[in-house]
Design a protein around this ligand. Structure first.
Ligand SMILES: NC(=O)c1ccc[n+]([C@@H]2O[C@H](COP(=O)([O-])OP(=O)(O)OC[C@H]3O[C@@H](n4cnc5c(N)ncnc54)[C@H](O)[C@@H]3O)[C@@H](O)[C@H]2O)c1
Length: 277
């Protein structure tokens, strides 16, 4: 018996990248899954049904939730994963581009939750919203994406409060850099890959399956006491400040004697100078 035997899920954006890996993982543990995407997945099966859905359309979203309940009689898990990126400086950004990013990344999550929560109240359930570390901090020239993912983070907290009395847990996953079509040329040259990997403590991007494992955990009863949590899975990217990585670059790592007054770890440093190896 898998963790999701007898359970039914909807995964938005389940035809590619992280969403496709989530579908495969949930099915491997016994779930039946509706994929809500603009594009059909590579494969359908007895356990996987595709419903063509623009997640930004309220009517399409409601129809997908209804179709899932009709097909399988219940709804236990909703993974709001569909997302799009946008890149460019604010003065050059068309309002239409800004609004489309919000429609797909933020408003769609409201639409799906609005339609799914009444169906999930019957048995309780789990909602996992795919935000991003870009919803926690800023990126250069990604204002629309940053803002839309920030909205997902705080919507998750708010909905968690509202849904707790109904036994519905609501959590968000903030991935770091994951190797999927969404990231475009970010890893396409040795230079760009190196620029990214040198900033990631684990020194590599994630594979979609590594996000799917976290989503499956949050969807499962193993996470039964987690709601309103914002979980990062980013190879350590957000664990550090922007201080230089070399031990020879900063005050704490200087090979030169450092004036005690400039150090801020009193118990270690006051009254002495510090020579790092
Ligand atoms: N790849 C990363 O590095 C990364 C990092 C942080 C967060 N994320 C987030 O993870 C989620 C999945 O991204 P991914 O990297 O797997 O991207 P992806 O491009 O591989 O997959 C996105 C899927 O969403 C679907 N989609 C897009 N717009 C849609 C719409 N209007 N209606 C229905 N489906 C739509 C696409 O058809 C596609 O199948 C997104 O929300 C993204 O913002 C990705």
């Amino acid at each position: 018996m898998g963790r999701f035997s007898g359970r039914v899920a909807i995964v938005t954006g389940g035809s590619s990248g992280i969403g496709a890996a989530v579908v495969a993982r949930l099915v491997s543990e016994g779930a039946r899954v509706t994929i809500a995407d603009l594009n059909a997945p590579d494969e359908e099966s007895d356990a996987v049904a595709f419903t063509a859905t623009d997640v930004a359309s309220a009517d399409a979203v409601a129809a997908t939730v209804d179709a899932t309940k009709e097909r399988w009689g219940r709804l236990d898990i909703l993974v709001n994963n569909a997302g799009v990126g946008a890149f460019g400086p604010v003065p050059d950004m068309e309002q239409e581009a800004w609004e489309r990013v919000f429609a797909v990344n933020s408003t769609a999550i409201f639409l799906f939750c609005r339609a799914a929560v009444p169906a999930m109240r019957e048995n309780g359930g789990a909602i996992i919203n795919i935000a991003s570390i870009s919803g926690l901090y800023g990126d250069y020239f990604m204002s629309a994406y940053n803002a839309s993912k920030g909205a997902v983070v705080n919507f998750t907290r708010s909905l968690a409060l509202e849904c707790a009395p109904h036994g519905i847990r609501v959590n968000a996953l903030c991935p770091g850099l994951v190797e999927t079509p969404l990231i475009g040329p970010s890893l396409s040259t040795p230079e760009s890959r190196d620029a990214w990997c040198s900033r990631i403590p684990l020194r590599r991007p994630a594979q979609p399956e590594e996000m799917a494992g976290v989503v499956a955990f949050l969807a499962s009863d193993d996470a039964s006491y987690m709601t309103g949590s914002i979980v990062t899975a980013d190879g350590g990217l957000t664990a550090h400040t922007v201080s230089p990585t070399s031990p020879n670059c900063g005050a704490f790592g200087s090979r030169k004697p450092v004036e005690p007054a400039r150090l801020c770890l009193p118990s270690v440093c006051i009254g002495t100078t510090m020579n790092m190896p």
